[in-house]
Design a binder for this molecule. Sequence first.
Ligand SMILES: *Cc1c(COP(=O)(O)O)cnc(C)c1O
Length: 445
Amino acid sequence: MGGGFLDINYVPYVVFIYLCPMSEILKYDKKHVWHPFTQMQTAPDPLVIVKAQDSTLFAEDGKTYLDCNSSWWVNIHGHGNPYLQEALTAQFGEIDHIIFAGATHPKAVELATRIAQLLPGDLEKVFFSDDGSTAVEVALKMVFQYWYNKNEPKKRILALDGAYHGDTFGSMSVSQRGVFNQAFEHLLFEIDFLDFPAQEKEQICLERAEELFQTGEFAALIVEPLVQGSAGMRMYRPRFLDDLCSLAKKYGVLLIFDEIMTGWGRTGKLFALNYVRETPDIVCLSKGLTGGILPLGLTVATHAVYEAFLAPEKTRALLHGHSFTGNALACAVACANLDLMEDPGFFDDIDRISRQHTHFFNRVRQHSKLSDVRQTGTIIALEIREGEGSSYFSGIRDKAYAYFLEHGMLLRPLGNVLFLNPPYCTTDEELEYMYQTIENFLETL
Ligand SMILES: *Cc1c(COP(=O)(O)O)cnc(C)c1O
């Protein structure tokens, strides 16, 4: 690669634009980068983002975009947060990264201790990994080996229709089957799915779950509590979740809460589990864990789960780990993220955004172009009425995505579902702009 390309790192942004009217970045991106969830043959050029600050992304061509979905649902405080930056820089001066088998370090211990304090019950054993998918893989290995170590042959898993728990093989196996995992179907292990618990189906779902649990064959139940992200921000009632969890407890089925998307205030409380009485046996955390600026995953287990791995034999241990387990930079930033969350103003912003969303919800709930509008905390989703039904590849998705880009919003619809889950620093004026632009888009349909 030409040295000129690399040199851009050392040239101030403005000078760079002046010198490179033809985007060098785009040129080399097209030559060498394979983007996620992207048909590289037909996808439009990616945005070339050269700076991110608060809720705004700055493109190389001078355009700006409001980060309506918190950069794939991860960024919670806004970009370029100085407190997180300081924590990252300070940690680099202490420990960058060290092996986490047979060694430990202050920030991992601090993070584990604080997470255990934040979570209810005896959720107190924290296993570190790299991202959401690995946090789910670890949870699955924990439950399968838990029953194996106990010499009880429970192998079935129950999940909800529409589930999304990640892109690795285990996490794909417990996710909705469909176009995303079709090519791998023969490699995924079979699980059981419960119908999505829409309000009128709650009773049937509970009866079905009980029927399944009565077989005594179920190792675990895994849920995205209250909001299913990838399925189109589908929401269900805390009451149902509580009843389902009670059933799992009654039949000794381990309960996994995938809080990867719902955690960190997204649903209006710190975690979605704060809406229910039952305590899960395992909680998966990632995305906003570091404020969304570094990859890190945590799988938190109760003492009872952990205990099943204790024995004189090494083979009873959880023989799992990643090179970057307990990465010190990520842990330090996650601790700083918790500091920010302990600030009283943290929930003020969450409450403010939730209130604004509710006003908007009332504004559009009867809209003729919408078949459904739903909100949980800082997440609001609008389902566009259309003939062919909801699907990720629905034509309306591309049209909407392009429209919002044109109007300075990075909003990635899920099929025909438009949704907002912005960073908490997003101002009322920015929110109003998003709402107005969405309404304007609906008028074009
Ligand atoms: C994003 C997500 C995952 C996967 O996390 P990655 O970091 O993308 O691997 C798993 N579960 C839920 C609920 C998610 O939203």
